[in-house]
Design a protein around this ligand. Structure first.
Ligand SMILES: CC(C)(COP(=O)(O)OP(=O)(O)OC[C@H]1O[C@@H](n2cnc3c(N)ncnc32)[C@H](O)[C@@H]1OP(=O)(O)O)[C@@H](O)C(=O)NCCC(=O)NCCS
Length: 215
């Protein structure tokens, strides 16, 4: 089962909202999702997959999956998302450009596979690289062990404060923050990829094939 992580588009909004409604009590209007994508198109990402039983069928099944909010019109299934933004509060005391993670979730069947980690890292990189965010902040429920582990232990966010009764049901939130350093966020550093090194590649070819063959 291949899973793709890519930038979110307007076509993904229903699937993102579906994942949000399924996984979290904090829900948003479609207008608010749209506001994120239109204002900071490179700050939100989705994890998608295609059901093997649908991939070999043609148009009727694509029409069928359109009835199911998990799927995009292209037949991709949205299994996770991260919704990111830049802080745009004109009254904010801190004028340093900084990002905020509005929401993150992964569908239950697809958890513990590293998807939230990857979605978050893509979002942090983009907030820093594209929007020049110096740091990113977020809120998390005190009781949310999975998310706390991800933010504090895996991604190295620090707890700045406890916001009493932050959520509608009066649960407290940890307010967390991470300073962003672009060189530490480059996707190849967490995707297990190998960076291109043209000089080394050329040297290797010369050693293997000899200079003549390269001319
Ligand atoms: C929190 C959530 C997004 C994590 O998604 P995920 O894709 O399973 O997370 P990952 O697989 O990327 O795991 C990241 C780290 O968290 C750890 N983790 C994941 N689920 C965990 C759990 N239930 N308990 C403890 N640690 C957990 C993983 O072991 C991993 O740690 P490691 O880096 O030390 O190996 C997911 O559980 C979820 O959608 N929960 C409901 C919605 C939610 O709470 N969103 C966050 C709101 S602030």
């Amino acid at each position: 089962m291949a899973i793709t992580i890519r930038q979110a588009t307007i076509e993904d909004l229903e699937g993102m909202q579906n994942a949000n409604l399924t996984n979290l009590p904090e829900n948003y209007t479609m207008k608010y999702y749209l506001y994120h994508l239109l204002s900071w198109p490179q700050a939100s990402f989705v994890a998608t997959t295609t059901d093997p039983e649908l991939s070999h069928q043609d148009k009727p099944s694509i029409h069928y999956v359109k009835q199911d909010m998990q799927y995009t019109g292209r037949g991709e299934k949205i299994v996770g998302y991260v919704l990111g933004k830049m802080d745009d509060d004109p009254d904010a005391e801190d004028k340093t450009p900084h990002g905020h993670v509005t929401s993150l979730s992964v569908m239950r069947t697809y958890r513990r596979m590293g998807l939230a980690d990857k979605l978050m890292r893509q979002c942090l990189y983009s907030l820093c690289e594209t929007y020049q965010a110096k740091y990113v902040s977020l809120h998390v429920r005190k009781s949310n062990r999975a998310a706390l582990h991800l933010y504090r232990d895996t991604l190295k966010f620090e707890v700045l404060s406890i916001e009493k009764s932050y959520y509608q049901d009066k649960e407290d939130a940890y307010y967390m923050k991470k300073d962003l350093v672009l060189s530490e966020l480059v996707p190849s550093s967490f995707q297990g990829g190998i960076e291109d090194n043209l000089e080394d590649d050329l040297l290797e070819s010369i050693l293997e094939e000899g200079v003549d063959k390269l001319n």
